[in-house]
Design a protein around this ligand. Structure first.
Ligand code: MCN
Ligand code: CUN
Length: 798
């Protein structure tokens, strides 16, 4: 990891005109995306390809009495109808989840959530498959459903997981963190304590492209190739091999272009297993592709945390302790996609950006008759929930103490000189300067002006109230290190493999998998920076387990922190070898060869005119290699990060709340982010814009709802509302740069920051508009009717 010139300089990196660090290189991948030449799973068509359609349960909780395939099989074009019994013959009736639970691939006995997979129809085309699915007759004995975690834990609640031997109720696990006694003591002695109950509702990542696959068993090679909507192709290959018994080198997973993942494409789904099993049995390619409602109703949901937050503070606003208790709805299976040693994900970073003496958190998770999932949707493994909790609570405390919410944050921030900082719940923050980001945001938001305007509106009893919300969040992204973070036992490192060709261009292969984040551009920029090559001369490949180095994939904003680091280290290895070739070409001693980051050239110390470019070196590596070295110019790095990275930011949202309709209008939306050294500011800006839109969706409209029978009433785009351009205001973005001290190029992740950081800012703003009348909380999504109710309760409705 050592770099002789200290690495890129955050103050002056400008890419040196070659598209290196800090340059706004236009995204290479966009040419094919905007000209309709992307290649997604559903674009893949193979000769003889069959189609798979899943028969789903209309009931949330029901015993399957009988399945009659005959009418479906009578249909022209239907090739097979599969049930759990058929899969059992191949030992594929169940599959492991990422959290050590076992999920039915097709229902073995009892349906546990609405739209669960009951049978599968394989047919020659998709329409026939769909018709066939409608003709499969299933007799159900309908059982009482359990929809909420609260109901699930009641003594007389029906037992959902009756197939598990030691399971006597719907309780999954208890988890706690921190020092309970010390925290209780702080609370007893505190001048002031506040408490608030808040729900982080169930959401769905809802990427544009739903989940799907094309499985293709080659009986000639005994090898299966699966084109898969996967954020983690290598990990999926290992699991695929373990589940199917097909040796890993005979399994090839290809993740082609992915039309958005947002965490939805981390878990393994029954449809993948069914399609693969069908392909092996029928010896023909089989495609399975979800419809929108199948996607929202059955695959990896997000959040669903019922949280109580408490803060203890002195009367002048110094926070002494934080306490939280959570009730988590995990759905019918514990299928959370997160590092296995963290049952509540990284929720335990709930002390946030503040230097808090004592902290304690506890959580109970329950099974319910709803779809499984839990970690997805730009969440950094539940940092979303943690940030929401602490940033909401700080606002509640500020109101209790009648203090300015900016001032109270300033008083409690971990000071810039206290890094590296160990938090009360055991996190090691690498670097930060929270006050600087907040100051910048306050200035950009014209904070004082809007406080003034807010007062004026109240005095004039105006129809529209002003609310100002702040969130000064800290993220934790970039899992590993491998010793503490693993997925199904596989340590969370990542990888890069660089091969420089004789003509001076290069191919970089990485173990992560872009879903829209722009890796084909930004990872090329890292190589451009570290090798002095032009970014145009580097192509990036990923998503093919036959050719790419093993990596754990893209989620938890880990690509830059982990695979980005691997890329920089691999490039520096290439640079080292390049020096010996330069020495040979320039007829100098290797120790005398220096590399100049600015020009990107290698030269003899003290004689800058005796220089050579990487292109000339590449030629030398293949056409005139030094006898002391192997020919060729390439390097591989597997990077196990020593620590995670802690990006942060301050968001300020100014809203107008209509006292007649409860409608909320965004007046101003300011986002200041710090993700350390920036590779491509334009890509970062795009990430922030998209994530803020999703934060607005979260705070204002998105919710996967169920009725009391367990019917998913928020399971399509008529009922699961996503924001469109109409609901999104103009964002004003700013940044500060606090490099990560342990990352080779000083970069931190950023992909999830805006979605993690913005919901509390938005809720704080709406609450702030009514704070003078005593309102302390409004639940998300803050639909006009909910806001109006809050106004009415506070006596503010017009
Ligand atoms: N970047 C940069 N400089 C930095 C940090 C990041 O230029 N200091 C760039 C990166 O090089 C990369 C992008 O910003 O091109 C995001 O990088 P990073 O923060 O490392 O996050 P990942 O690439 O690992 O992306 C994952 C993250 C997650 S977990 C979700 S969920 C999410 C998100 O990205 N899903 C997305 N953003 C998404 N954006 C799109 N378009 N589609 C998704 O599915
Ligand atoms: Cu939590 S969603 Mo992203 O980590 O793939």
């Amino acid at each position: 990891q050592h770099d002789d010139d200290g690495g890129p300089d955050p103050e002056k990196h400008c890419g040196h005109g070659r598209g290196g660090m800090g340059e706004e290189v236009k995204r290479k991948e966009d040419k094919r995306f905007i000209t309709g030449r992307g290649n997604y799973v559903d674009d893949i068509k193979k000769p003889g390809m069959l189609h798979c359609e899943i028969v789903r349960s209309p009931h949330a909780h029901a015993r399957v009495e009988d399945i009659d395939k005959s009418r479906a099989l009578d249909l022209d074009g239907v090739v097979a109808v599969l049930t759990a019994e058929d899969l059992a013959a191949h030992e594929l009736a169940t599959m492991p989840t990422l959290m050590d639970d076992t999920q039915d691939v097709l229902v073995n006995d009892k349906v546990k959530f609405q739209s669960q997979e009951v049978a599968a129809v394989i047919a020659t085309d998709r329409y026939v498959a769909k018709d066939g699915a409608e003709k499969v007759e299933v007799d159900y004995e309908v059982l009482d459903p359990v929809v909420t975690a609260e109901e699930a834990l009641e003594a007389d609640a029906p037992l959902i997981r009756d197939e598990l031997e030691d399971q006597e109720d719907n309780h999954i696990f208890d988890w706690d963190v921190g020092d309970k006694e010390a925290t209780d003591e702080v609370f007893e002695e505190a001048d002031v304590t506040v408490e608030e109950q808040m729900e982080y509702q169930r959401l769905h990542p809802a990427p544009i492209e739903t989940c799907g696959c094309v499985a293709d068993w080659d009986p000639g090679k005994d090898k299966i190739t699966v084109h898969l909507t996967s954020q983690a192709p290598h990990a999926h290959r290992t699991l695929f091999s373990q589940v199917s018994g097909i040796p890993e080198h005979k399994v090839r997973i290809v993740s082609p272009d992915v039309g958005g993942g947002f965490g939805n494409k981390v878990p393994i789904y029954p449809g993948y297993v069914v399609a693969a099993a069908a392909s092996v049995v029928l010896e023909q390619p089989v495609k399975w592709m979800e419809e929108r409602s199948e996607n929202i109703q059955t695959t990896g949901f997000a959040r669903d945390y019922d949280m109580t937050g408490e803060l203890a503070a002195t009367e002048d606003g110094i926070i002494k302790g934080v306490r939280t208790d959570v009730l988590a709805n995990h759905g019918a299976y514990n299928a959370v996609a997160q590092p296995s040693k963290f049952p509540a994900g990284f929720f335990n970073i709930f002390t946030g950006s503040y230097d808090i003496e004592a902290a304690y958190g506890s959580l109970t998770a329950a099974f319910t008759n709803t779809a499984p999932g839990g970690v997805a949707y730009r969440c950094s493994f539940r940092v979303t929930e943690a940030v929401y909790l602490i940033e909401r609570m700080v606002k509640v405390l500020a109101q209790e103490l009648d203090m300015d919410p900016a001032e109270i944050r300033r008083k409690n921030f971990i000071p810039a000189d206290a890094f590296p900082y160990e938090s009360a719940t055991g996190w090691n923050y690498d670097s930060g300067d929270y006050e600087k980001a907040l100051d910048k945001a306050l200035e950009m938001a014209d904070y004082d002006h809007y406080r003034e305007e807010q007062r004026r509106r109240i005095e004039e009893d105006a129809d529209k109230l002003i609310g100002i919300g702040i969130s000064s969040f800290t993220e934790v992204v970039g899992a590993g290190p491998g010793k503490s973070c693993d997925i199904a036992g596989i340590e969370m490192f990542d990888s890069a493999d660089i091969r420089v060709n004789p003509t001076g261009n290069a191919v970089l292969r990485v173990g992560v998998q872009t879903q829209g984040q722009g890796h084909e551009t930004t990872f090329a920029q890292i190589v451009a920076e570290e090798l002095g090559m032009d970014v145009e001369n580097i192509s990036v490949e990923h998503g093919d387990t036959d050719t790419d180095p093993y990596g754990l994939g893209t989620y938890g904003s880990r690509s830059t922190p982990v695979a980005g680091a691997a890329t920089a280290v691999a490039a520096r290895k290439v640079r080292e070898k390049a020096k010996s070739i330069a020495a040979n070409e320039l007829e100098a001693a290797e120790e005398d060869i220096e590399w100049d980051r600015e020009s990107g050239e290698f030269h003899v110390a003290g004689a800058p005119d005796r220089s050579i470019t990487i292109t000339e070196i590449a030629a030398g590596a293949y056409m005139n290699h030094p006898t002391s070295e192997e020919p060729g110019l390439e390097a591989v790095n597997y990077y196990d990060p020593p620590e995670m990275t802690y990006p942060f930011g301050s968001y300020i949202v100014i809203v107008e709340v209509d006292r007649e309709t409860g409608e909320v209008d965004f007046e101003k939306f300011v986002a200041v982010d710090d993700c350390g050294n920036r590779i491509n500011p334009m890509v970062i800006e795009g990430q922030i814009h998209g994530g803020l839109a999703q934060g607005i969706g979260t705070a204002m409209m998105e919710h996967v709802t169920y009725d009391e029978n367990g019917n998913c009433t928020g399971g399509d785009f008529m009922n699961y509302l996503l924001p469109t351009a109409n609901e999104i205001p103009n964002f004003e973005t700013g940044y500060t740069v606090t490099p990560s001290p342990h990352h080779p190029i000083g970069a931190k992740g950023v992909g999830e920051s805006p979605t993690v950081g913005s919901p509390p800012a938005i809720v704080n703003a709406v609450v702030d508009a009514m704070a003078h009348a005593g309102t302390t909380h409004v639940e998300m999504p803050m639909t006009p009717d909910r806001v109006w109710e809050a106004l009415d309760e506070a006596g503010l409705a017009h």
